[in-house]
Design a binder for this molecule. Structure first.
Ligand code: DX5
Ligand code: ZN
Length: 226
C-alpha cells in the first residue's frame, strides 16, 4: 500500500520537560520561532506517576510571556477535576486527562469543567490501557493521546507495540467522522516519528529529541519528515 501523508497536517508539540528550566522563556521562544505548533506541558503529581514536575504557576508564566501560544497541558495527576479551574485560569489552551486517573464520573466532571471554561479537552491512555477505553468519550473530544512510553519521565524508549492502538484509534475516528486530533507522546524522534505518522498520529510530542539539542527548527522539520 502506498501511504501518502499530508505533511501540512502534522503538528509538533515540544515537551518542555526536557528544556533547561533556568532559561525556560528562551527555550520556548526558540521552539515557537522554529515552528512548534503546540507547547506541551507535563504536569506530574508523584501519585499518578512516580515523578513530580511542574504546575500551575509555570503555566501562568508561560501564558503571560507567550499570549498566542497553544499550551497543550498533559495532566498526569490523580483526580484531575480538582485542578481544572486553576489550570484554566492559568491559561491552558487544552487540558488532557488520563482515563486511568479517576472514575468515569470523575472524568466526566473534569471534561465538563474544562469545557465550561472554554478550554479544549483531551484524554490519554497509558501503554497498558486498551484504546477502546476512549470510545465512550470520543465524541466531543478535541484530542486523544496514546502514550508511547510509561508516563512519568522523559528520554525513554519508544514503544512500537503501541502503534496497533494508534491505527485502531485512527480508523475509529475516521469512521465516526470526528475531527479529534490524535497525539503520541514518548520516545518520538526522527527515527520513530515515521511509524507514528504511518499509524495515523498527527500531533507528535517530543522532548529530548528537541530541547538540549542544537537546531530546534531543523529538528522539528525532521520530525515532520522533511
Ligand atoms: C512522559 C511525558 C512526555 C515526555 C516525553 O511522561 O508525558 O511528554 O516529556 O519526553 P521524550 O520525548 O523525551 O520521550
Ligand atoms: Zn506528555
Amino acid at each position: 500500500m502506498h501511504l501518502v501523508i499530508d505533511m501540512t497536517n502534522i503538528k509538533i508539540a515540544p515537551s518542555i520537560l526536557a528544556a533547561d528550566f533556568t532559561r525556560l522563556g528562551e527555550e520556548i521562544g526558540r521552539a515557537l520561532d522554529g515552528g512548534a505548533d503546540y507547547i506541551h506541558v507535563d504536569v506530574m503529581d508523584g501519585l499518578f506517576v512516580p515523578n513530580i514536575s511542574i504546575g500551575v504557576p509555570v503555566v501562568q508564566s508561560i501564558r503571560r510571556a507567550f499570549p498566542q501560544a497553544f499550551l497543550d497541558v498533559h495532566l498526569m495527576i490523580q483526580e484531575p477535576v480538582r485542578y481544572v479551574e486553576a489550570f484554566s485560569r492559568a491559561g491552558a489552551s487544552l487540558l488532557t486527562f488520563h482515563v486511568e486517573s479517576d472514575s468515569p464520573q470523575g472524568i466526566a466532571a473534569a471534561l465538563q469543567a474544562a469545557r465550561e471554561r472554554g478550554v479544549k479537552t483531551g484524554l490519554a491512555v497509558k501503554p497498558a490501557t486498551a484504546v477502546s477505553e476512549l470510545d465512550p468519550w470520543l465524541e466531543g473530544l478535541d484530542l486523544a493521546l496514546v502514550m508511547t512510553v510509561e508516563p512519568g519521565f522523559g528520554g525513554q524508549r519508544f514503544m512500537a507495540d503501541q502503534m496497533k492502538k494508534v491505527s485502531a484509534l485512527r480508523r475509529r475516528l475516521d469512521s465516526m467522522g470526528l475531527a479529534c486530533e490524535l497525539e503520541v507522546d514518548g520516545g518520538i524522534d526522527p527515527d520513530t516519528a515515521p511509524a507514528a505518522l504511518a499509524a495515523g498520529a498527527r500531533v507528535l510530542v517530543a522532548g529530548s529529541a528537541i530541547f538540549g539539542r542544537g537546531d530546534y527548527a531543523g529538528l522539528m522539520e525532521k520530525l515532520r519528515g522533511r
